[in-house]
Design a protein around this ligand. Structure first.
Ligand SMILES: *Cc1c(COP(=O)(O)O)cnc(C)c1O
Length: 471
């Protein structure tokens, strides 16, 4: 392909585009019959032709084929029905097409002047999320890359609203089960490790409210400045949901900012049982919500909601002369002024288009299916000899362990699973013990997939525990 304008002819664009669509459809239509993915051996690189960037052009087909053979071939298919590790990324094809549109049009979604349609769609979509979570009409929010950025954005708003900058007495509270991105965000914001108070989670992996109240009182007595409590609405480890109403009450009494990390679990409010489990989510001052997890959007699609919408602008709006034209009409709004990024991709569109295409009822069913698959997995695990169900089923997550075998068995099971390719689960640590963990939120995961995954894991565990050589 040639041309200093970096352009293709209309025919060439179509041919290249159709090639990509065909490749995608072939992949997605056969996904369940494929390996769950492949991890490259870092000692065995280079996988792809390396060296300086080539001066000369090459046919697109050739470049695409390199990508397929050497890049995509070495990924875990996080949308595979037997990828049960971490948090699966089920995605959806309409969402992927929305991303293609956004990328092709190269939509700028930061200001009204450059993208008024996109700003309006983002506001409508944020409005949906606000309603689903029971936030008031005054709430605001925006799309970000994911839960990590949502947590950082919310915590920056909390700091601005409650304490301003540099007060060493400031304290923020969370549990030992809270997601690492919260600590990371607090570090980025300049909080010292001693300002982040981690309370030991209780036996249900929840933030213990009495201990929290006690610690806040002690800290106040010591002249410190508690300003924020972070609860989890679905921890990544076990799906545990902190006592949201109890923590909300405490925060109100103590005049503290209440942030809920719902990056994993918030989408469950779309189902009847999720709404029950997540009661109190509507009481947060800020909430992180990751549509690229249990709301089935392609990466990257995270979202932050803030009860008093203007708190975001107060935290992030900084004047720039070259942006003056974006400020002349007060009815126009600019998402760039409510968050970290100026140039922003149009992340709302994939959610907006996929909900319009499939209908919200399909999303509710798809989320409900995640609960059911974890319940099914738990039943099967309890029937399997030698295995203990350690936690769950809760919010689409189960944790379990094999009761015999040498130290390091569960990590070795993961390595053997990666080599085997049938399914993937990964480990975590609960109460000092290593466990395997399933997260079953992919709506394309069937009971048969769960059975196949457990059969593979059970066979590997027995083989490893008995010290038989790997086959
Ligand atoms: C996944 C997750 C995050 C981080 O979200 P990313 O989208 O990976 O940045 C934060 N909190 C919880 C509870 C999560 O499960």
């Amino acid at each position: 392909m040639t041309g200093a304008k970096l352009e293709l002819s209309a025919e060439e664009m179509r041919a290249a585009g159709y090639l990509v669509v065909d490749r995608l459809v072939e992949h997605l239509a056969t996904l369940g019959a494929q390996r769950v993915g492949t991890k490259a051996d870092p000692g065995n690189l280079p996988l792809f032709p390396r060296g300086a960037a080539p001066e000369k052009p090459a046919p697109f087909e050739e470049v695409l084929s390199l990508v397929e053979q050497h890049v995509l071939a070495y990924t875990m298919h996080v949308n595979h029905p037997r990828f049960l590790a971490y948090v699966p990324g089920p995605g959806n094809f309409i969402g992927a097409l929305a991303d293609a549109l956004v990328s092709g049009f190269n939509v700028f979604s930061g200001t009204w002047i450059s993208g008024s349609g996109p700003e309006a769609v983002e506001r409508e979509t944020i409005g949906w999320l606000r309603e689903w979570c029971g936030f008031p009409a005054s709430a605001g929010g925006l799309f970000v890359s994911g839960g990590s950025m949502a947590n950082l954005t919310a915590l920056a708003a909390a700091r601005q609203a409650r304490i301003g900058f540099g007060d060493q007495r400031a304290r923020v509270y969370l549990s030992t089960q809270a997601h690492a991105s919260l600590e990371k965000g607090l570090r980025i914001l300049g909080f010292a490790p001693g300002q982040v108070v981690k309370l030991e989670a209780d036996g249900e992996y929840r933030l213990p409210v009495p201990a929290l109240a006690q610690r806040i009182a002690l800290d106040r007595d010591a002249g410190l400045l508690p300003f924020c409590v972070i609860a989890s609405a679905g921890t990544t480890n076990t799906g545990a949901i902190d006592d949201l109403p109890g923590i909300a009450r405490l925060c109100r009494e103590q005049d503290l900012w209440f942030h809920i990390d719902g990056a994993y679990g918030a989408a469950a409010v779309l189902t009847a049982r999720g709404r029950k489990l997540l009661a109190g989510i509507e009481l947060a001052d800020s909430l992180s919500f990751d549509p690229h997890k249990w709301l089935f959007q392609p990466f990257e699609c995270g979202c932050v909601l803030v009860r008093e919408g203007e708190r975001l602008e107060q935290a992030f709006n900084i004047h720039a002369d070259y942006m003056s034209d974006t400020r002349r009409y007060s009815a126009e709004f600019n998402y760039a002024d409510s968050g970290i990024q100026l140039t922003r991709g149009f992340r709302a569109l994939k959610l907006w288009m996929s909900v319009r295409t499939f209908g919200l009822a399909a999303f509710r069913e798809a989320i409900e299916h995640g609960f059911e698959m974890a319940e099914f997995a738990a039943q099967e695990i309890e029937r399997l000899e030698g295995w203990e169900l350690v936690s769950g089923p809760r919010m689409g997550i189960v944790c379990f362990r094999y009761n015999e075998g040498p130290e390091g068995l569960h990590e070795r099971i993961v390595d053997a699973l990666i080599a085997d390719g049938t399914a993937l689960a990964t480990t975590t640590t609960l109460a000092g013990r290593t466990v395997l963990r399933f997260c079953t939120i992919n709506p394309r995961t069937t009971e048969e997939d769960i059975r196949l995954a457990l059969a593979a894991i059970d066979a590997i565990a027995r083989r490893l525990a008995s010290g038989r050589a790997e086959v």
